[in-house]
Design a protein around this ligand. Structure first.
Ligand code: ZN
Length: 209
């Protein structure tokens, strides 16, 4: 695999997704320009949500996340692992929390090849339970007017019955890449609380347009 990667790097040298400098998928300069803010956001059904980085329209983080999602760059989520882990360890007690990635519909996950929310945390030494299932392949929330977004997600998520025993007496941290209006996170938290979970938090990379 390493040999294959080296060959691929010679044929298609890695370029920074932001400034196109040769070398890395995201160069050190661009990565360091993503400012950590740990901004708290209030959303219905959630105890609190925290956005780890500043997120701006046409900003570096937005470009990085769009490249990850639409150019299928599976290596990108790993770049944020350290900061996510640092945030989790400083704010939550590992023994009482379970990480739940926000799911994609299976068709969308197959198209992309991965679920970016899961990729962000898959290597962390925390308990991860993909407890929520997306039952409808909804339109991307970003393409809808604000009033259409709740309607779009109505009934789109359910909790896997098989996951319930793993959630008993645990608190949940939902994980997603970006929180736009927050309707996805709220809807996931609503179904988790409906299934008996007492506390639901969320951590996202960025919050905004
Ligand atoms: Zn760069």
């Amino acid at each position: 695999m390493r040999v294959l990667n080296s060959i691929l790097n010679i044929i298609f040298p890695k370029k920074c997704v932001c400034c196109e400098r040769d070398g890395d998928i995201l160069c050190r300069g661009c990565f360091l320009s993503i400012k950590k803010v740990c901004r708290r956001i209030s959303l219905p059904h959630l105890d609190f949500v925290c956005a780890i980085y500043r997120y701006e329209n046409s900003g570096v983080l937005q470009k990085v996340i769009k490249s990850m999602k639409y150019r299928f760059l599976r290596d990108i989520p790993r770049l944020f692992e350290y900061d996510i882990l640092d945030f989790l360890e400083k704010n939550f007690d590992k023994s009482s929390f379970v990480l739940v990635p926000v799911p994609l519909h299976p068709k969308r996950e197959k198209w992309r090849g991965f679920n970016q929310s899961f990729e962000l945390i898959k290597n962390l030494d925390w308990q991860i339970v993909p407890a929520i299932k997306r039952t409808r392949n909804t339109k991307p929330q970003a393409e809808l007017a604000r009033y259409e977004r709740l309607e779009n997600l109505n009934g789109a998520f359910t909790v896997h019955p098989s996951a319930l025993p793993k959630l008993l007496n645990k608190k949940i941290i939902l994980v997603d890449d970006v929180c736009t209006t927050g309707t996805t996170l709220s809807e996931c938290a609503r179904v988790l609380k409906g299934a008996g979970v007492k506390e639901v938090y969320a951590v996202v990379l960025g919050h905004g347009g």
